[in-house]
Ligand binder design. Structure first.
Ligand code: NAD
Length: 505
């Protein structure tokens, strides 16, 4: 039996458990149907077969979940943080113990290649461990004495929060948002993406089996316009942590306005990778290829715009096209696969539509530019490279969110910076140069929340993660996450009998 057959056999076992009752909502420690009794199907992008039925939640379900999160909040907030830390570590242990199941189901539900998804489960566990270790210090503040007062600040968990996640790497992203919320002492209502709901159910069950009290973490499945909207409008939900499209972020801001919702947005990107003539070109090539063609290009920090200095543009893009032509598209459960099928017919349609856009705009399709006949007949596209492009084209400005790269030449540093910044987005940027002064100057002026110099995206959990412009509001990571999930409070103690202004004497 080869590796793919072996993975498929194991998957069958895990799917059997799921298919018994589908993906239900999870409220106050119980797996429950939607209040309207409705379901929707989630299907695999590999062969479009139905994976299982998913409970369809709406505003009534959100009401119940928010009530459970509100009721569970005081005890969770007041729990000794050392105990919270221990529970979160147990969740991490349990994720590791079920990493294979999580990875196989995630691959099957999303189309993401198993070579990346097996690491995603482990990264999810690391997220829990990282924030678990910081739980005991999350409330810490500062002492700021003044002439007449001792001021002591501290942080308190904000209350029940809503977490809304997208479909691209749902397991990892859910842990990334939920682990710090729990470590901070908040309770959670999670609304997973409707196209990839399978691992969210596993995750909450794992957490409760590991000792998380009932009601601390609730999951309501459903669509953005009903369950998602209701969550963002709910008066008992104090903040919304959202990862998804920029336009959805705007909608959530409008929806949350009435209840003055605190929001944290991780949104879209059209991230430049800028390659100067003096760079280590072999490494730059490896990184550029990795950052757009890994995770099916369905990655917010993907390097989807390649800016190459004029003198090496032809050589570099020729080498690039050759590498792209050799990328292995295939069954996501095959460990050899580098690019799997795209998540959904609608997303496939969007990505494919850009092939026509590129041709109409006059760019050259140097590689790919068409659907790919993959195993199972699912939503595969050929890894694609557009050359002879300019920064004004739609393929250079719009987030395609697939394995599609647009390569644009530039003359010098000034033009490179102008092109890199000429987009509505500002999530990440990648700079390749061996000139130290230029690296510092350029990365400083790049409109991006995160810049990697001579590197691909390597995540270090204490560092701030987030974007500027239309790519987001707020930062995740380390203490930044706690700042979002907590309120900072100051208490001033008078040192003695300072003069109090007297009125009406
Ligand atoms: P999306 O915005 O369509 O959906 C994300 C989530 O929002 C889903 O759960 C959806 O049901 C929900 N939603 C939709 N409309 C809503 C509404 N009106 N109110 C409340 N919730 C609503 O995004 P997607 O297509 O699932 O994901 C792809 C996008 O996510 C891309 O733009 C990508 O760049 C972005 N993303 C960003 C990051 C980051 O860290 N910046 C990470 C991953 C993905």
């Amino acid at each position: 039996m080869n590796d793919l057959e072996n993975n498929l056999r194991k998957l069958e076992g895990y799917l059997t458990n799921l298919k018994c009752d589908g993906v239900l909502n999870h409220i106050d420690g119980e797996a429950v149907h939607g209040s309207g009794g409705e379901f929707f199907a989630t299907e695999s992008p590999v062969d479009l077969s139905e994976i299982c039925q998913v409970a369809k939640g709406g505003s009534e379900d959100i009401d119940r979940a928010a009530a459970a999160a509100k009721a569970a909040f005081p005890a969770w907030r007041d729990m000794d943080p050392a105990k919270r830390k221990a529970i979160l570590h147990k969740i991490a242990d349990a994720i590791v113990a079920r990493a294979e199941e999580i990875a196989l189901l995630e691959s099957w539900d999303t189309g993401q290649a198993i070579r990346f998804m097996s690491k995603a489960a482990i990264r999810g566990a690391e997220n829990f461990r990282f924030f678990a270790d910081r739980a005991p210090e999350a409330c810490d503040g500062r002492s700021m004495p003044s002439a007449n007062h001792v001021n002591i600040s501290g942080r308190r968990p904000i209350g029940p929060v809503g977490v809304i996640t997208p479909w691209n790497t749902p397991f990892m992203l859910s842990t990334w948002k939920i682990a710090p919320a729990l470590a901070a002492g908040c309770t959670v209502v999670h609304k997973p993406a409707e196209w990839s709901p399978v691992t969210a159910r596993l995750l909450v069950e794992i957490a409760e089996e590991a000792g998380l009290p009932k009601g601390v973490w609730n999951v309501v499945n459903g669509f953005g316009e009903d369950a998602g909207k209701a969550l963002t409008e709910h008066p008992d939900i104090k903040a919304i942590a959202f990862v998804g499209e920029s336009s959805t972020g705007s909608a959530i801001m409008r929806q949350g306005a009435e209840t003055l919702k605190r929001v944290h947005f991780e949104l879209g990107g059209k991230n430049p990778v800028v390659v100067f003539e003096d760079a280590d070109l072999d490494r730059a090539l490896d990184a550029a290829v990795f950052m757009i063609y890994s995770l099916n290009g369905e990655r917010c920090t993907s390097s989807s715009r390649l800016l190459v200095q004029q003198g090496l543009y032809d050589d570099f893009t020729t080498r690039l096209a050759e590498r792209v032509s050799r990328i292995k598209v295939g069954h996501p459960l095959d460990p050899a696969t580098e690019v799997g099928p795209l998540i959904h017919a609608r997303h496939f349609g969007k990505v494919v539509s850009y092939f026509d856009v590129a041709r109409a705009e006059g760019a050259k399709v140097a590689q790919g530019g068409e659907p790919f006949e993959g195993p199972g007949g699912g939503h595969y596209v050929a890894p694609t490279l557009f050359t002879a492009a300019n920064n004004g084209m739609r393929i250079a400005q719009e987030e395609i969110f697939g394995p599609v790269l647009t390569a644009i030449p530039f003359a010098d540093e000034t033009e490179a910076l102008a092109l890199a910044n000429a987009t509505r987005y500002g999530l990440a940027g990648y700079v390749w140069t061996n000139d130290l002064s230029r690296a510092m100057r350029f990365s400083d002026s790049l409109d991006a929340g995160m810049v990697w110099v001579n590197s691909e995206n390597v995540r270090h959990l204490p560092t701030p993660f987030g974007g500027v412009k239309d790519s987001g509001i707020g930062r995740d990571g380390g203490d930044y996450s706690f700042d979002f999930y907590m309120e900072t409070k100051n208490i001033a103690f008078a040192r003695g009998d300072h003069k109090i202004p007297k009125l009406g004497v």
